[in-house]
Design a protein around this ligand. Structure first.
Ligand code: SR1
Ligand code: MG
Length: 402
């Protein structure tokens, strides 16, 4: 084992060449650093002769998006690799295979998914992914149910939760999503043109109450093992396949946070469509596809989660109390909607944005997309505790796009 240091491309090749399940002995490998996320180095190692590849992901001891002034624990690499192994067991085929984990180097060696595209990019290019809603709802239902007190031994769950104490990564979320957008913060980052919107976020006490409640739940409710950062940049897709990556933010938290992340990112792309497709009819059609996908994600999740509850619940009282299941699902829907709203707001005024909106070159069009995102996001946050059906999300979005 070597002491921690950021790998060079040659070192990445040397490590990859030892993975004999993938590369034949003596393979002539090449490496490209392809990390475009906020936090890590990612090496894509390929063998030109066999066409086979591997990904080596190494955590840096700081947040790459900000620089060395923001130190960040390397333990997140362990959390990510352990979460991937659990997710592979609970949702087979929906996460990349892990070949090796090296604790000293904070390095995970995993399946190459370069035949897939990052979903955010795919959506920006108007891609349609017929398997996505079914796959992601399976991923959500299985991973959330089977890591909760409903689906696993409740003593083992407490021990498992201990392995996923993730204070530094949770702190990023607590600050960037549940605090900074609602105050003056050096972390915030938004176009001057929407200063009025930023000011409204800072002064709306009704909104602050709802964000405080969502924040409290994020801080205190260890409901299930979450992915913790399930935006469309953490999902690889093809029309036939879905793979969830990057669970370094994994921790025991409220289930609705993961479901809300998926919904928020579909809605953010819908808000950005005024640029990506100039043709009005095509734009409306693609937005309809995104909203239908969001509905299918929720419906698929609810159906599968209820089925797991009915078939595999380990908690006697929960299993025999139908009204409890209904109450639980209602609260899950409300949390999903509240968290979806918070995730939309942070991507417009907070530190880390999304390309679906930021890459809109025309300033007026970008501003319209930002305002639409904030209208939807704040409406979802403010209404979350009142909502009784997912259809209300679609109504809120439809109103914002008028
Ligand atoms: C400092 S990290 C910024 C963001 O990138 C990650 O993907 C998370 O969403 C985090 O909030
Ligand atoms: Mg990430």
């Amino acid at each position: 084992m070597s002491a921690y240091h950021p790998l060079t491309e040659q070192e990445a090749i040397d490590i990859a060449s030892q993975i004999e399940e993938v590369f034949p002995r003596g393979a002539r490998l090449s490496s490209r650093e392809i990390g475009d996320g906020n936090l890590n180095l990612v090496f894509h190692i390929t063998d030109g002769d066999s066409g086979r590849g591997l990904i080596l992901k190494q955590a840096l001891p700081y947040a790459k998006v900000v620089g060395e002034s923001w130190p960040l624990t390397l333990d997140r690499a362990r959390i990510e690799s352990e979460a991937l192994v659990i997710q592979q067991r609970l949702a087979p085929g929906l996460v990349p295979k892990v070949y090796r984990y090296d604790a000293e180097l904070a390095l995970t060696v995993m399946e190459d998914l370069s035949d897939h595209v990052i979903m955010r990019r795919g959506l920006m290019e108007l891609g349609r992914y017929p398997r996505f809603a079914n796959d992601i709802s399976t991923f959500l239902a299985n991973t959330l149910f089977y890591t909760s007190d409903l689906g696993m031994n409740q003593q083992q769950k407490k021990i498992q939760a201990g392995r996923f104490i993730n204070p530094e990564l949770c702190k990023i979320t607590e600050d960037l999503i549940f605090d900074d957008p609602y105050t003056v913060s050096a972390n915030n980052n938004y176009d001057e043109a929407i200063e009025d919107e930023a000011e409204a976020l800072r002064t709306d006490s009704g909104l602050h109450l709802e964000v405080a409640l969502l924040r409290e739940k994020f801080l205190t409710q260890g409901q299930a093992l979450l992915h913790g950062d399930l935006h469309t940049g953490s999902i690889f897709v093809t029309p036939e396949s879905t793979k969830v990556i990057d669970p370094e933010f994994a921790y025991y938290g409220p289930m609705g946070y993961d479901i809300g992340a998926v919904i928020a990112n579909l809605l953010l792309n819908a808000a950005g469509q005024s640029y990506w497709s100039k043709d009005q009819a095509a734009r409306a059609d693609y937005r309809a596809y995104l909203l239908e996908t969001a509905q299918d994600v929720w419906t698929g999740f609810e159906t599968k989660f209820r089925a797991l509850w009915n078939e595999a619940c380990v908690d006697r009282l929960a299993k025999t109390t139908a009204a409890y299941q209904d109450d639980y699902m209602r609260r899950l829907l409300q949390d999903t909607i509240g968290y979806a709203g918070a995730k939309m707001v942070r991507r417009i005024v907070g530190l880390a944005h999304v390309a679906d909106i930021d890459k809109i070159g025309d300033a007026a069009v970008r501003e319209a997309a930002q305002r639409a995102s904030l209208r939807i996001g704040t409406a979802l946050i403010k209404n979350n505790r009142r909502v009784a059906s997912f259809g209300e999300v679609l109504n809120i979005a439809a109103t914002a796009f008028k």
